[in-house]
Ligand binder design. Structure first.
Ligand SMILES: [Zn+2]
Length: 285
């Protein structure tokens, strides 16, 4: 069975509530400042033109000359960014990160503040091992070429893992990049000490989805971080790629220590950072 992760170009449908919200903001702005545009679409165009400098340079022209949905998306990304929410690049594509930022923005609008647990999920921003950025050139400079098996090391896992798709297969060792080997062992030692073997099983922190895997990101030409052996997947069944924190089990409070142990070593959870692919953790920023 194949599980696909770090697939960052997911494009989702714009939810109906995004249109409703846009209309609300437009109406409020008109009420406050008088008539500044004939309709919502024209208003969005004006706002995008005013804020050209904030649009992703690679996408600015396409957004400004694009269709209504792309402009709506870019404008909501802009509003979320201005509100201090991380919606990623302002590219006019509705993906999981935009979706989460939009839902936070909606909450903020309706309640005047974010709920406390929203803020609690802000990941630790530490990088004691100086993991590189997740850009191919940076990854190669730090880790060497992808799919290079001579850079891998076999490590003993501090507690017994099982293959997520075949629980009868026990996993005591795995191959990973030599530069991340010690860090993985330190993290899993802490996990074992904190949770204990029974709790580990209960939380399914032993259901292993793999580490080294010489493959490209799905639908793209870029290498997956798994191709360097610097990413691990856990419990893919209950943390599916497109699931957000409303469904992914690893978003629950009892996994807070699990993520803290990784983040203390500079590892990045795509779930905590961008609210998708909650199975995945990587030694790249
Ligand atoms: Zn992964």
């Amino acid at each position: 069975m194949l599980y696909h992760c770090d697939h960052k170009q997911l494009i989702m449908n714009i939810p109906a509530k995004a249109h409703t919200f846009a209309q609300t903001v437009f109406s409020l702005t008109v009420a406050e400042h008088g008539r500044m545009a004939l309709n919502l679409q024209e208003f969005i165009k004006q706002e995008l033109n005013k804020n050209q400098g904030k649009l992703s340079p690679d996408h600015a022209n396409a957004i400004l000359s694009g269709n209504a949905n792309r402009q709506l998306t870019a404008w909501l990304q802009l509003l979320a960014t201005d509100a201090g929410l991380d919606s990623g690049l302002i590219d006019g594509f509705w993906g999981p990160q935009t979706d989460f930022a939009f839902n936070s923005l909606l909450f903020l609008h309706e309640n005047g503040a974010l709920p406390p647990f929203w803020r609690d999920y802000v990941p630790l921003n530490l990088n004691p091992n100086n993991w590189p950025l997740e850009k191919e050139a940076d990854l190669i400079a730090f880790y060497g070429q992808p799919c290079n098996e001579s850079s891998l090391l076999l490590i003993d896992l501090p507690y017994e893992h099982r293959l997520a798709w075949d629980l009868s297969t026990k996993v005591r060792r795995t191959r990973c990049h030599s530069k991340v080997a010690d860090s993985i062992v330190r993290v899993l030692d802490k996990v074992k000490a904190h949770y204990g073997e029974d709790k580990i099983k209960e939380l399914r922190l032993d259901r292993f989805g793999g580490c080294y895997n010489p493959r490209r990101k799905r639908g793209g030409t870029q290498w997956s971080t798994h191709a360097w052996g610097i990413a691990l997947d856990y419990d893919p069944d209950r943390n599916q790629l497109q699931w957000g924190r409303d469904r992914a089990h690893f978003a629950k409070a009892e996994y807070e220590p699990w993520w803290s142990f990784w983040e203390e070593e500079g590892w990045v959870s795509l779930g905590r950072k961008s609210n998708f692919d909650w199975m995945h953790v990587q030694a790249a920023r």
